[in-house]
Design a protein around this ligand. Structure first.
Ligand code: KG4
Length: 333
C-alpha cells in the first residue's frame, strides 16, 4: 500500500511516500527555519503562506523520488493536529483535494503519533508495547504505546515544552533559531556542574514535568550577568541547562517504563536529537535492563515519512476521514 503523506504543522512542509508502513520510498522536506530565524521564532502567518507555496511542488517531488505516478497512490495521509492552526489547514486541505481527486482514502494522523512512528522506520524490529518520550518544540509527553493506535499519556509538561525552553534560552543568548541544536553544540566543551539550575517536582504527579522555572532561571542568570558585566561561561551554561532538562525527562520516562512493566523505551521529536538526553537515556536503560530505541537525527524533526508510517497503522485500524476533516491546534493523542 503506497501512502502519500503530508506534514505542515509548524515550520516544515513535508511530503513523503511510504509503502506498507515501514518502507520509505521518498521523503521531501522544505524547511522555513531560515525565514523564521529573522524573527527569533515561528511567525504563524508566514508559516501558513510558505506551506501554500511549497506543498504542491513537494508532492510532485515525493512522487518523482519514489518513482511513482499519481495512479500508484493508494491513500493520502496528513497531520491534522496538534500544531499551528493556519499551517495545519494548508496540509489538511491540500491532502483532502489530492484524496478527492485521486478517489483514494484520506487518513488523518496525530502529529505526536507520527513522531513516535519515526522509530518504526528506524528500527524495523520495533513493535508495541513500549514507553515513548515525546519531546519537541511544542510537546513534552511520556506515552505508553500499548499498540500502534492505542496510547495513554503517563506524564506531561504542565507549562512549556522542553524544546521551547531550549529555543527561548538560545534566543536570549543570541545563538540562533531554532536554539536546541546550537545549544547542544555549544554545550560540548562545557562543564554541566558549573551552574546550578532547578529540577522541579510537580506535587502529587511524579511523572509530570515543568520547564518554565528552569527557563526563567536560565534567562535571569544571563540578564544578571549582563547587568553586572560579568563574563558567562557559555559552553558550561549550555551544558548545565541541558543536564537540567535531561534530569527532568530521563528519570521520569524510566519510572514510567517500570510502572508499566515495559522493557522497551523509545524517544521521539526534535529534542530527541539532544546529545545529553541521548547519553543519559542510554546509561539509564542499560542500568534498568531496557532496550533503547533512538531515531536517527534525520527522523527526529518534523518529516512526512513518519506521518506515512503511522497512517498505515491508522488505516489498518479503520481510522479514515471524509471531506469534512478539520485541523485542530490542540488534540489529545
Ligand atoms: O519535532 P520538531 O522538529 O518540531 C516540533 O514538532 O516542535 O522539534 C523542534 C524542536 C525545537 O525546539 C528545537 O530547538 C529542538 O527540537 N531541537 C533540539 C535539538 N535539535 C532540535 N533540542 C535540543 N537539542 C538538540 N540537539
Amino acid at each position: 500500500m503506497n501512502i502519500l503523506a503530508f506534514e505542515s504543522s509548524c515550520d516544515e512542509t513535508a511530503a513523503a511516500v511510504v509503502r506498507d508502513g515501514r518502507t520509505v520510498l521518498s521523503d521531501a522536506i522544505a524547511s522555513q527555519a531560515d525565514m523564521h530565524a529573522l524573527y527569533g521564532g515561528v511567525v504563524p502567518e508566514i508559516a501558513s503562506r510558505k506551506h501554500v507555496e511549497a506543498i504542491a511542488g513537494l508532492a510532485d517531488a515525493a512522487l518523482a523520488e519514489a518513482g511513482l505516478r499519481k495512479a500508484d497512490v493508494d491513500a493520502v495521509a496528513v497531520t491534522y493536529g496538534p500544531g499551528l492552526i493556519g499551517a495545519l489547514l494548508v496540509g489538511v486541505n491540500f491532502a483532502k483535494s489530492v484524496a478527492y481527486g485521486l478517489g483514494v482514502p484520506l487518513i488523518p494522523v496525530h502529529h505526536v503519533r507520527g513522531h513516535i512512528s519515526a522509530n518504526y522506520i528506524a528500527h524495523p524490529e520495533l513493535e508495541p508495547p513500549f514507553v515513548c518520550l515525546c519531546v519537541s518544540g511544542g510537546t513534552t509527553l511520556i506515552v505508553d504505546v500499548r499498540d500502534y493506535t492505542e496510547m495513554a499519556v503517563l506524564g506531561a509538561t504542565r507549562d512549556d515544552a522542553a524544546g521551547e525552553c531550549f529555543d527561548k534560552v538560545a534566543r536570549v543568548l543570541g545563538i540562533g533559531y531554532p536554539g536546541g541544536a546550537p545549544m547542544d553544540r555549544l554545550s560540548r566543551t562545557g562543564d554541566a556542574g558549573r551552574y546550578a539550575f532547578p529540577r522541579v517536582q510537580v506535587h502529587d504527579a511524579p511523572l509530570d514535568m515543568s520547564f518554565s522555572g528552569l527557563k526563567t532561571a536560565a534567562i535571569n542568570l544571563i540578564h544578571n550577568a549582563r547587568q553586572k558585566e560579568e563574563a558567562l561561561d557559555l559552553p558550561s551554561l549550555a551544558a548545565s541547562f541541558s543536564a537540567a532538562v535531561s534530569d527532568m525527562l530521563v528519570p521520569r520516562v524510566m519510572e514510567a517504563a517500570r510502572r508499566c512493566g515495559r522493557r522497551k523505551v523509545a524517544v521521539a521529536g526534535g529534542v530527541a536529537a539532544n546529545s545529553h538526553i541521548r547519553a543519559d537515556l542510554e546509561a539509564a536503560c542499560a542500568a534498568a535492563g531496557c532496550r533503547l530505541y533512538l531515531p536517527p537525527l534525520s527522523l527526529c524533526g518534523d518529516n512526512g515519512a513518519m506521518i506515512g508510517c503511522q497512517a498505515y497503522y491508522e488505516y489498518l485500524a479503520g481510522h479514515t476521514a471524509d471531506m469534512a476533516l478539520n485541523a485542530y491546534a490542540n488534540r489529545d493523542i
